[in-house]
Design a protein around this ligand. Structure first.
Ligand SMILES: [Zn+2]
Length: 342
């Protein structure tokens, strides 16, 4: 959606349903950015949790009937769109000029999956202008509540300064070497984001943290550890959250870590701590995907009644607590010790 002076200012009604959230107008503009073609630049200071864009796809890959027919199907569908939408599509960046079919290349350069497990992708008038950053200040999500008529939303996950470029990550993480390889292979460019451009020592330190993050994801996913050595599993969650903080990562890897901590504590019947982690998960999701995001709505009941979750008590009752045991003082060293069962 192009910001319009007529758009109402509120961000998000917070109520689930069929009304797409509306972004405030004049938060950003599309501008030329050094070495990157066009990009999206903040036109004012923006707070984390602000909805930046919500827009339907210009075109989805649903129109493709077979791999061989991709270019023809795209061309046929494109002609059915209003002229300004056709122009918007054709003006998107092609990262693979001269390599194969132009419409297919535009989809390849600018498409996003419509939801985490979607077999279908979409191209967007403005969201597809947002450049990649390995340490992004925004995230995008498909608003699944709206089904096929849905919109893709982009939320700021960090405070963004006026003039700063808005970036999302096209990847799920990885070290600089891994990122470079995927970005070149799948998107056809060499990343020059702040993280990739940092000096050798900083990049090395960052790569070590990112490697450790990957190891921790695997360790936490080991159900035998969670079952037989939950203290260790909870320790992994703590280390993961600390590293994410040091690295400055605010994307969905944070809510995922909260969810991991929820599961570890819930599986051993620790209602007080599980409720806390459910709450942290919901707070993180409000920032990255808005109050009406499905993941948050699914998790919200467990902030009050974690016992109702399918996984609650699945492994033991060894950590059994009541909700009332959540300390009144929810910050500081004492609380941290309690939270991590130290
Ligand atoms: Zn980068």
């Amino acid at each position: 959606m192009t910001p319009s002076k007529d758009s109402p200012p509120p961000n998000d009604t917070g109520s689930p349903g069929l009304v797409a959230p509306q972004a405030q107008p004049n938060l950003w503009t599309v501008q030329y950015v050094d070495n990157k073609g066009r990009g999206v630049i903040a036109s004012q200071n923006i707070k984390a949790g602000t909805l930046l864009i919500s827009e339907p796809p210009l075109l989805t890959t649903d129109v493709i009937t077979s791999v061989e027919n991709t270019e023809t199907d795209l061309a046929i569908h494109l002609r059915t769109l209003p002229a300004e939408k056709q122009r918007a599509f054709l003006s998107l960046h092609n990262n693979f000029p001269g390599q194969g079919n132009p419409l297919t290349s535009i989809i390849r350069s600018n498409g996003y999956p419509l939801g985490a497990d979607a077999g279908c992708g979409g191209v967007f008038e403005n969201i597809s202008r947002i450049n990649h950053g390995c340490l992004p200040n925004a995230v995008q999500n498909w608003n699944g509540l709206l089904g096929e008529e849905g919109e893709e939303t982009v939320y700021a996950i960090k405070d963004i300064k006026e003039g700063e470029e808005i970036t999302t990550s096209y990847l799920s993480g990885g070290t600089s070497k891994e990122r470079r390889a995927v970005l070149k292979q799948s998107f056809g460019f060499d990343c020059t984001c702040k993280l990739c451009d940092s000096d050798e020592a900083d990049l090395k330190a960052s790569d070590e943290r990112l490697s450790r993050i990957q190891e921790l994801h695997i360790d936490i996913g080991d159900s035998e550890t969670v079952r037989h050595d939950p203290e260790k599993a909870l320790g992994y969650c703590k280390e993961l959250l600390e590293i994410l903080e040091v690295e400055g990562i605010k994307d969905d890897r944070v809510s995922r870590a909260y969810y991991d901590a929820f599961q570890v504590t819930a599986m051993h019947s620790d209602a007080a701590r599980a409720a806390w982690w459910a709450k942290k998960f919901c707070e993180a999701k409000v920032i990255s995907a808005g109050k009406s995001c499905i993941d948050r709505l699914d998790m919200k009941p467990f902030t009050k009644r974690p016992q109702k979750h399918d996984c609650f008590g699945a492994f033991s009752v060894n950590w059994k607590t009541k909700l009332e045991e959540l300390p009144k003082e929810r910050a500081g060293e004492e609380f941290e010790k309690w939270l991590w069962r130290e």
